[in-house]
Design a protein around this ligand. Structure first.
Ligand code: URA
Length: 238
């Protein structure tokens, strides 16, 4: 693991917020290799240094799990010669940790993107047989109707003949805004599903993936470490 800010490392355990971590550090209750830490800005590699909080080992994580609020206009990729990718939004320290996005959001889609270096978890979350629910909020040009809800539940057939697994369609207001829950991840799936019912997506945002919900306090383009509880609920390693 690369060096990371001490307050961020402490917050990544889910036991304290960054603000609480800073207070503990100020109070001299955090020791790095036996010496009281000076500031939350101190860069520490938890794989190399011993970090004690009130005499207790911090217990650093084997893997890193980050939730990004992906903005529109950014590519879901680890690198690209011409365009900005979601990796470019992370700190240089995190970029060195081999994080990759779990699944893909289109360039114009916003919302929850989990980034990790835990390949096993990514594989489990993405495997079609895992049936992990993904919830999207969409704005549409034409309203969808109760008949479309039935079609979604029965399994939409896309323009190319591909049949989708049963999905949930919730109509908000007049049906120009919807919540859609899918359990697979075909290319442009939401856009193609609504298009097959005569309605084009104008705006798309992912709200959740399995047990993981987008933290609405995260501004677009910002990210945070998952809490210990979020990692545990997803099936990651603490
Ligand atoms: N479905 C889409 O059409 N686009 C996304 O980005 C995600 C799901």
């Amino acid at each position: 693991m690369a060096k990371e800010r001490l307050d961020k490392l402490m917050a990544s355990t889910g036991r304290w917020s960054r603000r609480e971590a800073k207070i503990l550090i100020k109070e001299g209750r955090v020791l790095v290799d036996g010496m009281p830490a000076a500031s939350g800005d101190d860069k520490v590699d938890p794989a190399v240094s011993e970090i004690l909080v009130d005499g207790e080992d911090l217990g650093y994580q084997t893997f890193t799990y980050v939730m990004l609020h992906k903005p529109a206009g950014i590519l879901t990729a680890t690198e690209d010669k011409r365009q900005e990718t979601v990796l470019d939004l992370l700190s240089p320290e995190l970029r060195k940790q081999g994080l990759f996005p779990v699944g893909r959001l289109d360039k114009d889609t916003e919302g929850l993107l989990l980034m990790t270096n835990d390949g096993d978890l990514a594989h489990r979350l993405l495997a079609p047989k895992s049936h992990v629910d993904k919830v999207y909020y969409a704005k549409l040009d034409n309203p969808l109707k109760p008949a479309d809800q039935i079609a979604f539940r029965e399994g939409i057939t896309l323009a190319d003949g591909m049949v989708c697994m049963p999905a949930e369609l919730e109509l908000l207001g007049d049906g120009r805004e919807v919540l859609i829950t899918i359990r697979e991840g075909k290319f442009h799936q939401i856009k193609r599903m609504t298009a097959s019912r005569g309605s084009q997506v104008q705006y798309l945002k992912r709200l959740s993936m399995g047990t993981l919900q987008l933290d609405e306090n995260l501004e677009k383009g910002d990210y945070r470490y998952l809490t210990a509880e979020e990692i545990q609920n997803l099936g990651g390693k603490i």
